[in-house]
Structures are given as structure tokens and as C-alpha cells.
Ligand binder design. Structure first.
Ligand code: PGA
Length: 253
């Protein structure tokens, strides 16, 4: 049985004061919810103050990105060694990183192996663009992102990897993928690609989240599917009541 996971990707939103306020509001209702792994991913600046607020809450903390090297001359970057002090998770290869910052599958793979080296649970994002979707290239694109981005990891680490299938056309657009379409990609593309890399048993153990315009009103449809093991939530993760409702919908007591 895979434990569901709901992660909130705050993206570049909230000052430290605002982040503290949001966590202050969310943490008590979230900590009440059992049967689901809960993760908040605020901007780098807020990781330290938020980690203090989350201590002992059972709510995990994740970064939205990181460099693959431990230290060095990489102006403006943050290393896994630095994150390790506060975080248990890290989002890697988000489509905004791929689109605006030129992240390739090769870079995602280096970061994934750095997460392994520093014992951080990676949430690796994959997904096709609108153009690729319309050209019916989803399977090919997603399978390639997985085979290149997730290769060369230790078999003992592989089951800890979390994959988030996020069709780019569904991110921040309000045009969510249907639950059936997402489940089909999870079951027929993502899991077989994972199986190819790590074998079937490990592929069955890996959580595959859906992301892209998940809201309090559509969340339950996703979690009712066989191969959707949780959600990576962007915009709605900034709204306390809605994010709590999504997390409740994912719980499997
Ligand atoms: P969204 O973003 O929920 O705002 O569509 C999802 C994501 O980018 O992870």
C-alpha cells in the first residue's frame, strides 16, 4: 500500500512574515489529519522560520529546487547540504524550472542523485506541454523525462522517489486534466517507465502524484483513481481551508 502524499508548492509567494502567518493557520488543522503524508514547500527564505513552526507537527518541509553540488562557486544557488538542515523533501524539475531556467533531464538527474546523497526525498516533476499534448506526444515525452531524469539511482533509494505528473497545460490555468486522463498516464506511462528502470516491485511502491489546477472541489476525483497517490498543489496550497480540504480528501486512514 502506498501512503498518499499531498505537497503544497508555494512557488515565489509569501514573505517570511506572511509564510509564518499561513503556517500558523494551517498547521493545526493539517496535523489533525492522519493517513496522508503532508509537505509544505515555501520559498528558500522561509524554510528556516517555517521549520521552527513545524517542529513536532508531523508536517514535512520541502524546498522547491536546489543545486546538485554540496558547495562552491555557484553564485545564487542553494546546496543540498544547506537544505538538509531543515528539509526532508525537495521538488526537482518543476516545469517552471525547465521552461524559465533551462533545466534539462540531465540536470534533473544530477539533482536527483544529489538528493539521494543527502538523504532528501525528491518530488520529481514530469509532464508534457500543450503543444506536445495536442500532438499526442504525452507518452513519449513523459517516458523520456523519466528514463533520463530518474536513471542511475541506488535500488535502495528508488522506492523513496516521488514522481509528480504535471501536464504543463494544466498548471496554473484552471484547466485541470481529467482524473481518468491523469490516471491513464500514471498507470500506462509513468509506472511502466519506472518499472523499466527499477523493476516492477519498486515501481509499484513509488508514489505518483498529480499536479495541475488541483482544487478543493476536484481533488477527491483524483484520489479515487487506482494510480494517483496524492497531489502536488500550487495556487490552492496558499488557501488554508482549501488546502486542508484537499489533504483530507487524500487521507487513507
Ligand atoms: P497549480 O500548480 O496547482 O497552481 O496548477 C501546480 C504546480 O505547479 O505544482
Amino acid at each position: 500500500m502506498r501512503i498518499s502524499l499531498v505537497a503544497g508548492n508555494w512557488k515565489m509567494n509569501k514573505t517570511i512574515a506572511e509564510a509564518r502567518e499561513l503556517v500558523f493557520k494551517m498547521s493545526s488543522p493539517l496535523r489533525e489529519i492522519q493517513g496522508v503524508e503532508k509537505v509544505l514547500c515555501p520559498p528558500f527564505m522561509s524554510l528556516l522560520p517555517v521549520s521552527a513552526l513545524l517542529e513536532g507537527s508531523g508536517i514535512g518541509l520541502g524546498a522547491q529546487n536546489m543545486h546538485w553540488e554540496e558547495k562552491g562557486a555557484f553564485t545564487g544557488e542553494v546546496s543540498p547540504l544547506m537544505l538538509k538542515e531543515f528539509c526532508q523533501y525537495v521538488i526537482l524539475g518543476h516545469s517552471e524550472r525547465r521552461t524559465y531556467f533551462g533545466e534539462t533531464d540531465e540536470i534533473v538527474n544530477r539533482k536527483l542523485r544529489a538528493a539521494q546523497a543527502f538523504d532528501l526525498t525528491p518530488i520529481v516533476c514530469v509532464g508534457e506541454t500543450l503543444e506536445q499534448y495536442e500532438a499526442k506526444q504525452t507518452s513519449e515525452v513523459v517516458a523520456r523525462q523519466i528514463s533520463l531524469g530518474l536513471k542511475d539511482v541506488d535500488p535502495a533509494f528508488a522506492p523513496r522517489i516521488v514522481v509528480a505528473y504535471e501536464p504543463v497545460w494544466a498548471i496554473g490555468t484552471g484547466k485541470a486534466s481529467s482524473a481518468e486522463n491523469a490516471n491513464r498516464v500514471h498507470a500506462q506511462v509513468v509506472r511502466p517507465a519506472l518499472s523499466e528502470l527499477y523493476g516492477n516491485e519498486t515501481a509499484q511502491a513509488i508514489r505518483i502524484l498529480y499536479g495541475g489546477s488541483v482544487t478543493a472541489s476536484n481533488a477527491a476525483e483524483y484520489f479515487g483513481q487506482t494510480d494517483i497517490d496524492g497531489a502536488l498543489v500550487g495556487g490552492t496550497s496558499l488557501k488554508t481551508e482549501d488546502f486542508v480540504a484537499i489533504t483530507k480528501a487524500a487521507a487513507r486512514p
